[in-house]
Design a binder for this molecule. Sequence first.
Ligand code: COA
Length: 242
Amino acid sequence: MSAFEVIIYDKQDGIGYITLNRPEALNAYNIRMRDELYEVLGAIRDDPEVAAVILKGAGGKAFCAGADLTEFLTAPSPVIARQARFQRDVWGRFLNIDKPFIAAMHGYVLGSGIEMALCCDIRLAAEDARFGLPEPGLGIIPAAGGSQTLPRTIGRAAALEMLMSGRWLTSEEAYRLKLVNRVVPHADLLLAAEKIAIKIKTHDRTAVSYIKQAVTRGLDLTLAEGLELEAQLGRRLTAAQE
Ligand code: COA
């Protein structure tokens, strides 16, 4: 794997740690970050040692303040800036990795910051986290899957209010809307994420992976199809364990 500039990747005892690392720009998502995330996600997908992944932001102020507005402003138009972001399907890759991802969020969680967290399976928020989708104010729509993943997570009405009004949420509001699983003091955020990752790591890897597949793929199916998927995965797991 090449040296990264705007993310840090560490692996300790079967847990992968991805840190968004542009604290001077509140970890804003730029093209370099897209390329590095694409690369690291591929490595995580293919690394049998990684049982769970924690995604976090560097610095004290933000998980991620959304798309890098300087790249938007230097591109000939926001549309062209967005096209550059579509060239690598980071979000498709993210959503298709059958390993558990935990987002540990503090401070500003804006735009693609929320969308990145929505690609994760479990979301923890520090008490100081603030969530917002500034896209409509910039004349754009989410480009990292948010228009699809947010309503599937918090429901249509709450998602549309956030997406259309741009209203920000406190961490408590995010918890009430089920955008985050839990709110913890900022100082305890990483430890809380690690506790979950360590617990998951004690379980059979294939069972965890099939549970993720059954739930995430099943949500896009009818109940009958979902039950069939669960039965198929169950049979495959039993066969693998015999
Ligand atoms: N893209 C590029 N740089 C960004 C950024 C972004 N999305 N968000 C923050 N930064 C940079 C600021 O330009 C500033 O850089 P500087 O120190 O060189 O001037 C640095 O990060 C710190 O941000 P600052 O605005 O000084 O912090 P703040 O606490 O006063 O305000 C925010 C924080 C998040 C409210 C404000 O930075 C903001 O509104 N950012 C844009 C959010 C956004 O619209 N994102 C796009 C979503 S699609």
